[in-house]
Design a protein around this ligand. Sequence first.
Ligand SMILES: NC(=O)c1ccc[n+]([C@@H]2O[C@H](COP(=O)([O-])OP(=O)(O)OC[C@H]3O[C@@H](n4cnc5c(N)ncnc54)[C@H](O)[C@@H]3O)[C@@H](O)[C@H]2O)c1
Ligand SMILES: O=C(O)C[C@H](O)C(=O)O
Length: 328
Amino acid sequence: MHMKTPAHIAVTGAAGQISYALLFRLIAGDLLGDDHPIVLHLLEIPEAMAGLDGVRMELIDCASPLLHDIVISDDPYVAFENVDLAFLIGAKPRGPGMERKDLLRVNADIFAIQGRALNVAAKRSVKTLVVGNPANTNALIAQHNAPDLPSENFAAMTRLDHNRAVSQLALHCGCSVNDIKRVIIWGNHSTTQYPDLHHALVRGKPALDQIEWDWYEKEFIPTVQNRGAVVIQKRGKSSAASAANAALEHMRNWLFGTPAGDWTSMTVLSDGSYDITPGLMFSYPVEIENAKYRVVQNLETSEFSRERLKITEAELLAEREEVRHLLR
Ligand SMILES: NC(=O)c1ccc[n+]([C@@H]2O[C@H](COP(=O)([O-])OP(=O)(O)OC[C@H]3O[C@@H](n4cnc5c(N)ncnc54)[C@H](O)[C@@H]3O)[C@@H](O)[C@H]2O)c1
Ligand SMILES: O=C(O)C[C@H](O)C(=O)O
């Protein structure tokens, strides 16, 4: 088989639990395929470098034909040198009883520093996915601190919420996830997010004609909004393997496109679509072609939807005020 030129992939928080679920899938070819070698660029804080060395040893112990090299560092300028893709995962997770925005003060600086490092060190075409919470506002900080990189190459992850919504709907309808299309997560990766089924299809027909409104409003929406907290309650730790899976699927769609007739949810810089303040990192339905996303336009929004879009927008505006000092 003809092997391609190695792709350089940065992963931050590389000794953490999401990365532990992601890295081994990357070197198994789950993102780029089994003809695409990978150089991993792993970033951690000094205290976690010993743990990261253990992860490096395990990666080597896989004898993966795709693993071309591993760079490990506690310096983002070293870790991000020449990278094509960056998964910004490293940040503190919330514990039981916390909201994700409680992490803003602790985590925001990380994304200013890493944005500046990407701006200097990464390939000009680097695609950056922010996973660390609060993901939308952290992505905004990273993007602002990387003014020389295209702003459309920064995104935050609402794909886990999207996947949770798809699975909940499939379970309720007694069908396969393959029968579900056009689910949307709007807004913030937080409890104000709006999981919208107004345009969703189940077996090719409108979802809202096949489910009871009461279930949609009183069970489905809160279940998706609170899924992360419930996993934390049960596991004592936040979702990790499902988060790694979502990060991989987000990046795969971003690189290779969304399937015909469907879209995905991705947090990107608002251009004012759907009357959302331009310049916020907001989750939208997107279609992707030739590695470029396009926000799906002209979807009708009911009054019920518009109210919820405003609630999640207001939360993002408030988060942005809190980190104003980190935005250029
Ligand atoms: N967007 C989503 O859907 C989603 C889903 C799950 C988790 N998360 C978030 O992802 C983040 C990571 O979660 P986790 O479970 O892997 O946490 P974890 O605590 O297991 O791992 C985080 C790692 O990041 C490292 N780290 C901290 N600061 C760093 C820095 N400046 N540079 C590099 N590394 C740094 C830590 O040393 C740690 O090893 C959390 O903020 C969590 O809330 C987001
Ligand atoms: O909920 C959390 O704090 C972790 C993550 O954002 C999730 O959605 O599982």
